[in-house]
Design a binder for this molecule. Structure first.
Ligand SMILES: Cc1cc2nc3c(=O)[nH]c(=O)nc-3n(C[C@H](O)[C@H](O)[C@H](O)COP(=O)(O)O)c2cc1C
Length: 506
């Protein structure tokens, strides 16, 4: 299961899971749209752009992809049908397991084949793309709206490593700005280094004590690390590499950065090292968030690049964000599904599966399947799912265990045949909301600013209306027998379809 990026690509190619895109594609005007189209049309493959216009570095997008859990299940080594409960179990074991990383010399680290520091640093030589048409707009300092979307690595303490994602707009050869969301592990670490809240605008900062906070963007890592970086359940000051090692059964190989006190996976393709100098902000251009809205241009911490290291012929790996479906919300929704599943299982051990819909704000709409035994369990599931996501969740649909909640046709069938609005609908107004919900109500009944997080405490007072929909069959009511496929017949159908797909005679 442990896969360095190159080995992952090789295996994917063997499985026919990579779509090679040979025509020249422009990284600003076209590439983001090609990835978005692939996700929207459910092209569940990695995309290898062999000829980004003006660059000799290929771009690989969709390591996990924007549509579905197939490659997530493969990475965790669990069956697709069991992806959420299976991953929950693997994560619990890996967190207890802990396989520490090992350190290699820079001579044994492919990511050090080329090293650029000082005046040689040039981000514009990398095929960094503009993801969405209006990305980067509304600022003066602007370089076509190019954003690095890849794994960020920090070292919050000795033997502690944090993997995460932070959008990084590049505004010059060696600089840019990075969005670090409040409450994330890196925001906490940065506050420790700076000795101040990252969004503190007062002038009481202690400039003498504040230290620069280092971060490395690690581009070109295997799917284990792509997933670990999105996993907010890993504790702050945890060793995320030891967690990945325990998941894969092999220690991650790390090498020291050139200019900062951070260690990075030695077999990465490209590493961008840099620091956040204390209290140094810059305007970041607009950028599409995971829920399909553009965020406003905002003041974000400035990022100063101190080194770029890479393989001699690297591949630039990109994780996509934009109009749902996209890789970002697919991954984020998966981990939210795991979070709800684990939380629900504490009060309802008969929970069977959870599906947080990535297209619906990756948390706004949650589908839950239970093996219902008592009247009232669906409502318990609704309320617990709401609290598990701490205000993210807005709509919960609960189904019986025979419904495949990942399949929209099955969900629609259950809604049509097992739900009665006067009896099965739960509506709770004025629950805690989210500013990224464009319909959330701010104080005094005014509508919150459309889809924009403004970074002020007042926003936590926004409210919204919660809806629970019970699509389970009433207990004790004799229902008509449902038509379901016969497993023995299905085995023959599999064979027939396989032969049809091969174009062979039956
Ligand atoms: C593709 C992707 C992009 C993300 N972009 C950002 C971002 O720009 N800024 C941010 O703070 N969080 C972003 N997130 C969310 C964090 O990566 C996520 O909350 C992370 O797991 C936090 O974990 P941590 O608290 O352990 O660092 C993104 C997540 C994904 C999956």
């Amino acid at each position: 299961m442990a896969q360095a990026f190159r080995e992952f690509l090789r295996q994917q190619e063997e499985k026919g899971d990579i779509l090679r895109i040979r025509p020249q594609v422009d990284t600003i005007s076209e590439m983001g749209a090609v990835i978005a189209r692939a996700d929207y049309d459910h092209v569940d493959k990695g995309l290898l752009f062999e000829n980004p216009k003006g660059f000799d570095i290929p771009v690989f997008a969709n390591t996990i992809g924007g549509s579905g859990y197939r490659r997530i299940a493969d990475t965790f080594g669990v069956p697709l049908k069991h992806a959420v409960p299976g991953a929950a179990q693997k994560m619990r074991q890996a967190l207890a397991g802990n396989v520490p990383p090992v350190y290699v010399d820079r001579g044994a680290a492919p990511c050090k084949e080329l090293v650029f520091t000082g005046a040689d640093i040039d981000l514009t030589r990398l095929p960094i793309l503009r993801l969405n048409p209006a990305d980067g707009s509304d600022t003066k300092e602007f370089l076509d709206g190019r954003f690095v979307c890849g794994v960020a690595c920090t070292k919050p303490a000795e033997n502690a490593y944090n993997l995460s994602y932070h959008r990084f707009e590049i505004t010059g050869r060696n600089k840019g700005s990075v969005w670090i969301f409040r409450g994330t592990g890196d925001a906490k670490s940065m506050e420790e280094f700076w000795g101040a809240k990252i969004d503190d605008r007062s002038s009481t900062w202690n400039h003498d004590k504040a230290r620069a906070f280092p971060m490395a963007f690690v581009i070109g890592v295997g799917p284990d690390m792509v997933l670990a970086a999105a996993n907010a359940a890993l504790p702050h000051k945890n060793n995320d590499f030891a967690y990945v090692g325990a998941l894969t059964g092999e220690p991650v190989k790390l090498v020291k950065c050139e200019t900062i006190d951070v260690d990075v996976p030695a077999d990465a393709e490209i590493v961008i090292e840099g620091v956040f100098k204390p209290f140094d902000w810059v305007m970041q251009g607009r950028f599409a968030s995971f829920n399909g809205f553009y965020d406003d241009a905002r003041r974000r911490p400035a990022f100063h690049v101190t080194a770029i290291t890479m393989r001699r012929q690297p591949i630039y790996q990109h994780v996509h964000i934009g109009r749902p479906l996209n890789e970002c919300n697919n991954i984020a929704a998966f981990f939210r599904s795991v979070r709800v599943y684990v939380d629900l299982a504490q009060v309802l051990p008969n929970v069977v599966d959870v599906f947080v819909d990535p297209a619906a704000g990756c948390g706004f709409t949650v589908h839950v399947a239970i093996d219902k035994r008592r009247i009232g369990e669906p409502r318990m599931a609704m309320m617990r799912a709401y609290t598990a996501l701490q205000g993210f969740c807005k709509h919960v649909f609960v189904y019986d265990k025979d419904i495949d909640i990942h399949n929209p046709h099955e969900r629609d069938w259950a809604l049509a045949h097992r739900f009665m609005a006067d009896r099965d609908l739960l509506v709770i107004p004025n629950v805690i909301g989210m500013t990224i919900d464009p319909l959330a109500q701010a104080d005094m009944g005014a509508t919150a600013k459309l889809g924009v997080y403004d970074g002020h405490d007042a926003i936590v007072r926004n409210t919204r209306t919660f809806m629970g929909v019970d699509c389970t069959a009433p207990l004790g009511l004799k229902m008509m027998e449902r038509v379901i496929p016969d497993p023995a017949i299905e085995a023959s159908v599999d064979r027939i379809w396989h032969q049809i797909a091969q174009g062979g005679a039956l």
